[in-house]
Design a protein around this ligand. Structure first.
Ligand code: SF4
Length: 375
């Protein structure tokens, strides 16, 4: 399996918790799209005949682009790449960018999955996070996406927002479960260096939630979604009717992916490469035919660690036979030795030849990973 990720580096507002690469100045959208199309063409020539499974437009906020921008990008993608039958084409959207005609058009031009950034249905959360929409817009956007024909809709939620009560979190989940969605990504808020939230935390203006509160909210989430028929298939992701994110599964399974746009990361199975995190330098680099990316070849140890970090976040876990073949007996032997004690205490289990962390223990994934890593 393989896929394409495209990073659209524009947002209407800067959310206070976000450390992704984006610009709130939308004036360069036309020029960016022209350069992006150029990058797609250049890399397409290097990868002839590749048949892809997924396309994912993320960011930033892809929905700040116009339909003609998107058509231009998709035309280039279709010209230089081929896809399997019925590939998964996802676009991330913010609620305030969606109206019925826009969503209908997104369907017509080829997207079959929308990932809508809602984060919370509490106005006070949206305000403190500085989201660009309100709760009613969030709900309406999902409903009109379904009315326009999207049957594969995902929404993002955030928990662990300072001062969000357990009752408010439960209300968020209840409101979520009334929506026509098949997928939920629920992430715990993190205080990333350089963000406004992190600055506020350091100055005592915001207090992170306690570990006990985090665990409680995670358990509430998991219980409610499992009862509603969702499968908890990855630490932060839940799907109904088997509608897992195929694109994200590429990342979690160690499959290759190509990426375009500033700050976008590609992986070819052994080598990671990433475009420069500057819109200006990216556009100049593409226009001048200069290098605008860096890369590193992963050592076997790094490949082993990456494989564990990604695969053990999912309910399918990792494959020791694959590890022996791919990384050698030293690594698979170390894994077997260290995993044994976690299997004995029930934090990990074996199933169908694979070894996974029990979802009830996913909150200690980092702790388990540290033991499984090779020094
Ligand atoms: S809209 Fe998304 S990418 Fe943009 S600032 Fe907010 S969280 Fe970050």
């Amino acid at each position: 399996m393989s896929g394409i990720y495209i990073h659209i580096p524009f947002c209407r507002k800067a959310c206070r918790y976000c450390d992704f690469y984006f610009s709130v100045s939308l004036q360069y959208r036309d020029e960016f799209v022209n350069r992006l199309v150029e990058e797609i063409r250049i890399k397409g020539a290097l990868n002839p005949g590749v048949s892809l499974d997924t396309l994912y437009l993320g960011g930033g906020t892809p929905s700040v682009l116009t339909i003609s921008h998107l058509e231009k990008i998709l035309e280039a993608i279709n010209r230089y790449y081929s896809f399997r039958d019925n590939p998964e084409w996802t676009m991330e959207c913010n609620p305030d960018d969606l109206d019925y005609n826009t969503v209908k058009k997104l369907k017509q031009i080829g997207f079959n999955r929308l990932s809508i950034g809602i984060q919370s249905f509490q106005e006070k959360d949206l305000k403190i996070m500085r989201r660009s929409h309100d709760a009613n817009q969030a709900e309406a956007s999902v409903r009109l996406a379904a009315e326009a024909g999207f049957s594969n809709i995902s929404i993002d939620l955030i928990y662990g927002i300072p001062e969000q009560t357990t009752r408010e979190w439960k209300q968020n989940i209840e409101r979520t479960l009334l929506l026509p969605i098949s997928h939920i990504s629920a992430y715990h808020l993190t205080f990333e260096p350089g963000t406004v939230f992190d600055h506020w935390r350091k100055r005592g203006r915001l207090t992170p939630v306690t570990e006990d509160e985090s665990v409680e909210k995670y358990r509430i989430l998991r219980k409610a979604l499992l009862s509603a028929g969702f499968e908890h298939y990855e630490l932060s992701n839940f799907a109904r009717e088997g509608r897992v994110s195929e694109h994200n599964m590429l990342y979690w399974s160690g499959f290759p992916y190509l990426a375009f746009g500033p700050s976008a990361h590609s992986f070819d199975g052994e080598k990671r490469s990433w475009n420069i995190s500057s819109l200006k330098a990216y556009m100049e680099g593409v226009a001048a035919g200069k290098n605008f990316s860096e890369s590193e070849k992963l050592s076997i140890r790094e490949q082993y660690h990456d494989y564990l970090i990604t695969s053990l976040r999912t309910r399918w876990g990792c494959d020791p036979v694959f590890m022996e073949k791919q990384f050698g007996p030293e690594f698979s032997g170390h894994f077997e030795k260290e995993a044994r004690s976690y299997i004995e205490i029930g934090s990990m289990y074996r199933s169908g030849g694979r070894v996974a962390i029990d979802p009830n223990h996913w909150l200690i994934t980092d702790h388990i990973l540290r033991a499984l890593f090779m020094d």
